[in-house]
Every structure is written in structure tokens, then in C-alpha cells.
Design a protein around this ligand. Structure first.
Ligand SMILES: [Zn+2]
Length: 295
């Protein structure tokens, strides 16, 4: 029997590709460092817009099945073995962008009962017993219904798991500091003529951008930048990564910087210091409780 890794990280995301864009470097770094990294994706992204012309015939369940394979390839690139779909593949479908009639589909994640969806996640939490949970802020980072719902389900599951005996010691939201985003977009504008994208997005298109002082943890993933770019490339229906890996575009073809350093805001639990560089900082790995509480 192999020993259970002492550090266990759980990430909750809306669609296949969100994990690689937001947390790819973090996931690769912790997986390489021997932590157990568990990803729960809430939908298969069946309503995503497909970029490559030769794959644009894919839609609905066929696109979902294809994106499930893209997710598996991305996880291989990041070295992550434990990835699951909330309630099993196809339990919840993509809700589409906010305001579309798709939002009313009774099987879509936006229409899910939050407590029922959270109970699927509680099962995972009680099995894995993560010390760290990563998800989006209450606006889902940028207002997509599935991202908002992923936030609600993750936070509710954390409450229910605490009642059931596993209070997750630290909960983080994905963030990008505004100054970092502004600097990156300034560099991107200079490099744009050399990129395969004709226009750039703007800072406010980036999910989770907040004032710098709200960032509590910075994960330097420079050593895993190539793994992150490879994972993003694996999601080829959704993402085009420029050569060199410094930028990418979604189906809107607007260039965005590809961040290999990733940022977080601690929203529950005790920080291990004023500027954390490790999401597990301050934790006692054996007890699964904060060092301050262990005696
Ligand atoms: Zn998404």
C-alpha cells in the first residue's frame, strides 16, 4: 500500500479548461512535490464555442465527450491523476453564457439544487480530506453562471463537510493582482504584432482581478510554465496558445497573457504568514488542522 500524501489540495472548477488556465502551474507544482491534487469539474462544457474549424461540428454531448478527453490529456501534462466530474460525467450540463435561454435547461448546472450538488462534493471531501480548497469568488471570477454555481457549491460543500467532521482548514479564491494584469497587458500590446492574434483582450476580461492588497498567496510556477502551456494546449477546442507559451486566446480570438505565477486570496482559515508562497503554509499536515490549533 502506498502512503496517503500528507498534503492534499482540492480544486473545484466549472468547465474542462478552467483548471489549466487558472491553476495549471499550481497543480503541476504540487503534484510534482508529492501532494495529492484532486480536481472536481462541474460540467463538461458542452456549450463551449469550438475554435478549430475541423472540430466545429462538435456540439452538445459529443463536444462534452471530446472535452472529457481533452481534460484527461491536460491532467497528464500537469501530472494530476485524480480528476472527477461532479456527480459523474454528464450529471450537470453546461449552462451557457449568462442571459441565454440555455440557462433555463433543467439539466444545466445553473438550475442545480445547490445542496444536492454540494452533497456530491462532500463525498469527495470526506474521502480525500483536503487541507486546501481552491475555487472562484462569489461572481465566479467573471459572471459565467457555471462559475458562480461552482463557487456556491464549493462553499456550501465546505460547510457541510465541516458538519460531517472534515472542516477544510484553508479555502482560497483564484485571483490576479491588478498591477500584474496591467503590466502583462502592457507587454502583450508591445508583442502583439508577433502573435497569431490580431487584437488583445483588456484587464477586465481576466477573471478574478482585484486590488493587489487582497492577494494573500503567490505560487511561483515558473518551473511549470511549460506544463501549464501544454495543459492549456490540450484543451484545443477552447484555447489557442501562442508559440512560446506567453499568451493565449479563447474563441473570441483576443490575446491574453498566460500567467505562470498564480495568485490567491485566503477567505477561510489562518494564513501561514503575511505573503504566503505555499497554500499549505501554517498547516500541520498530520493533523489536517492549523499549526496554531494543534497542541
Ligand atoms: Zn469555464
Amino acid at each position: 500500500m502506498t502512503e496517503e500524501p500528507s498534503r492534499r489540495l482540492l480544486l473545484v472548477h466549472a468547465h474542462p479548461d478552467d483548471e489549466s488556465i487558472n491553476n495549471g502551474a499550481t497543480m503541476a507544482a504540487y503534484a510534482a512535490g508529492g501532494a495529492r491534487v484532486t480536481l472536481v469539474t462541474c460540467t463538461l462544457g458542452e456549450r463551449g464555442e469550438v475554435i478549430p474549424p475541423e472540430l466545429q461540428h462538435l456540439a452538445g454531448p459529443a463536444l462534452g465527450a471530446y472535452r472529457q478527453r481533452e481534460l484527461a490529456a491536460a491532467m497528464e501534462a500537469l501530472g494530476v491523476e485524480d480528476f472527477r466530474l461532479l456527480g459523474g460525467p454528464g450529471r450537470y450540463s453546461d449552462s451557457g453564457m449568462m442571459g441565454l435561454p440555455d440557462n433555463d435547461d433543467p439539466g444545466c448546472f445553473w438550475q442545480a439544487d445547490v445542496d444536492e450538488a454540494a452533497r456530491y462534493l462532500v463525498e469527495v471531501i470526506l474521502e480525500v480530506r483536503p487541507q486546501v480548497l481552491v475555487t472562484y469568488d462569489e461572481n465566479g471570477g467573471y459572471g459565467h453562471p457555471d462559475h458562480i454555481q461552482a463557487h456556491r457549491v464549493a462553499m456550501r460543500a465546505a460547510d457541510l463537510a465541516a458538519e460531517a467532521g472534515w472542516p477544510i482548514p484553508k479555502v482560497y479564491w483564484n485571483r490576479v493582482p491588478r498591477s500584474v494584469a496591467e503590466d502583462a497587458f502592457a507587454r502583450l500590446a508591445e508583442n502583439l504584432p508577433a502573435l497569431p492574434f490580431s487584437k488583445a483582450a483588456v484587464v477586465d476580461d481576466v477573471p478574478g482581478v482585484v486590488a493587489d492588497e487582497r492577494i494573500t498567496a503567490t505560487i511561483d510556477g515558473t518551473a511549470y510554465a511549460a506544463a501549464k502551456a501544454a495543459a492549456m494546449r490540450a484543451h484545443a477546442t477552447q484555447i489557442e496558445v501562442a508559440e512560446g507559451g506567453g499568451s493565449f486566446a479563447l474563441s473570441n480570438e483576443l490575446a491574453q497573457p498566460l500567467f505562470s505565477t498564480e495568485y490567491y486570496e485566503l477567505v477561510r482559515g489562518q494564513a501561514g504568514g503575511p505573503r504566503e508562497t505555499d497554500l499549505f503554509a501554517g498547516l500541520n499536515p498530520d493533523a489536517g488542522t492549523t499549526a496554531g490549533e494543534a497542541s
